[in-house]
Design a protein around this ligand. Structure first.
Ligand code: MEZ
Length: 526
């Protein structure tokens, strides 16, 4: 059937679908579905890590290669520092900015280095909101339980407790800085419901929540005159004889020169991994999301956890091709948008957890009920016009202005026609193991935001990453700075790298990739 005819079927079946309730799957059905269709369970995509602290553990091939990759830093690099600071923050997204601001507030000398521009990050691309239990009938305990359930009970309870309990104070801090969260007619904070949550708990700024947060955080970093190095990528960490982290080697992306930074503490906030395009998936992530922090932390001796689990957001754009993988916010499903297969049928409760919804979309497509574009991409429909039908004309434009514009650029009107979607690589559920202050297993190396792991278990709930990065950005920034008050700068060596190289040598020598890779290698792939 032509794409247009299939699209018409969505319009024709709308009234019947509106009268229908799709129950959630039972725990057994969810389990069976995920194991059969979720990409985390495709065994052929995985292999054991050959060496390092996580040796023998399974992860996706793309990440395993990166962790075993070769540092670009020569063993005999002159380690005379060009900068000496108390706290070095690596990463210019939400976690990095929050960490830098809180470290600065403690009186520490802070340097924020980022490989692109300040703000270029997954944070800025976050659309649908930030979960914080602020509604009168909600509570941090309820938030805790929802998140635990969504994460298949594999979340680190200590981290989760801290996150949900500190949420309300984070909301207060952000409001104080000038974040314009949506409000109801009485002026109270407006909360929306996300998939897998028992209560409406999402604070939103239309469908550009992350952009609004970054607007304010970026301004604040600039206003506080925190020292900033843009286009300066971290390519190696530094350690002393005891293995404590003592700084980093940055690379100036303009002239490719290495710069050595002596720092009493380092905070890694380099974000996610989507641009590795695990298993060939498109991604919703920004151009720099190449998992840099994971390889840096791994080489210096930090333990990683749950690095066999990734989030494939159910609704990534499939058409037009220019938008392939771009996020179509869960907010549209939260407001009632249906997922519809090629037969015009709903096939899942749209507000189930993301792993369940993504698995069921993959099932529909694998079992022949998907819609194929002329270039061969498969997807199912997200019935966007339904929102205007249900809630009145202009609803989409009012609540999802960024989404409306995203499609309008290509001549598509999502208020008139449904959009084609398929799961897109969105988030790394695991990462570097941290304690409640964000410190990794390596002394004085802190990790905040998506680079860290344990908090979300095996499936993150919508809106929990923005809260995660604010809470652990704050905690790591505060602790990393406080500690420096009584601490001398440690020696700068590449001893850990020498050890890592020696171990790599025992496992077949030079790895085929340079790590961190910094940018996606699209040219080589084609
Ligand atoms: O937390 C997220 O990943 C999020 C809010 C995404 C979205 O669908 O908008």
């Amino acid at each position: 059937m032509e794409l247009k005819a299939l699209q018409d079927l969505v319009h024709k079946t709308r009234d019947a679908r509106r009268a229908q309730t799709v129950p959630k799957y039972s725990p057994n059905e969810r389990d069976t579905l995920i194991k059969k269709y979720h990409p985390d369970f495709r065994e052929s995509a995985y292999r054991p890590i050959k060496f390092g602290l996580n040796a023998g553990e399974m992860t996706v091939r793309e990440l395993a290669a990166l962790l075993e990759g070769e540092s670009p830093v020569p063993a005999d690099l002159d380690l005379t520092p060009s900068h000496a600071v108390d706290v070095l923050v690596i990463g210019g997204g939400g976690a990095g900015c929050a960490a830098a601001l809180h470290a600065h507030a403690q009186g520490a000398k802070v340097l924020l280095a980022t490989k692109l521009r300040l703000g270029d990050s997954n944070t800025v691309m976050a659309q649908g909101g930030m979960q914080i239990a602020v509604a009168p009938d909600d509570s941090p305990i309820q938030h805790f339980l929802d998140t635990l359930k969504g994460g298949h009970m594999k979340n680190d309870h200590r981290l989760l407790k801290v996150m949900v309990e500190e949420g309300p104070s984070i909301a207060k801090w952000l409001l104080g800085l000038g974040v314009l969260f949506d409000r109801d007619a009485d002026g109270n904070l407006h909360v929306k419901k996300g998939g897998g949550s028992s209560k409406p708990r999402l604070l939103t700024c239309s469908d550009y929540t992350g952009l609004e947060l970054m607007r304010v955080l970026k301004d604040e970093v600039l206003n506080k005159k925190i020292q900033l190095l843009e286009f300066s990528a971290a390519v190696e960490l530094l350690s002393d004889a005891a293995g404590t982290c003592t700084g980093a080697v940055l690379q100036d992306l303009d002239n490719k020169r290495f710069m050595v930074v002596a720092a009493k503490t380092v905070i890694l906030a380099t974000g996610g991994i989507g641009r590795l395009h695990i298993q060939g998936f498109p991604t919703s992530n920004h151009y720099g999301a190449t998992g840099d922090g994971l390889s840096l932390a791994y080489r210096i001796g930090a333990r990683l956890l749950q690095i066999d689990t990734f989030q494939y957001h159910p609704t990534g754009a499939v058409y037009p091709e220019q938008l392939l993988g771009a996020l179509v916010t869960e907010g549209i499903r939260s407001e009632g948008g249906h997922l519809v297969n090629a037969k015009g049928e709903r096939f899942v409760n749209e507000l189930d957890t993301r792993d369940v919804v993504s698995s069921s979309i993959i099932r529909e497509c694998e079992e022949g009920r998907g819609v194929r574009t002329v270039t061969g991409h498969l997807g199912v429909w997200l019935d966007t016009p339904l929102l205007d039908v249900e809630q009145g004309p202009g609803t989409l434009e009012k609540h999802f202005p960024a989404m409306v514009r995203q499609y309008k650029r290509y001549g598509l009107d999502i208020a008139t026609d449904p959009v084609l979607i398929y799961p897109t690589l969105h988030y790394q559920n695991g990462g570097v193991q941290i304690d409640v202050n964000g410190e990794s297993g390596v002394r004085n190396l802190f990790v905040a935001g998506e680079t860290s792991g344990g908090l979300h278990g095996r499936n993150r709930l919508m809106g929990n990453s923005l809260l995660d990065l604010m809470v652990f950005g704050k905690r790591s920034g505060t602790e990393a700075a406080t500690r420096t008050k009584t601490m001398p700068q440690g020696r700068l060596t590449l001893d850990h790298l020498a050890r890592f190289r020696a171990e790599a040598g025992k496992h077949g020598g030079r790895a085929p990739v340079t790590s961190p890779m910094l940018f996606p290698d699209y040219v080589r792939k084609e």
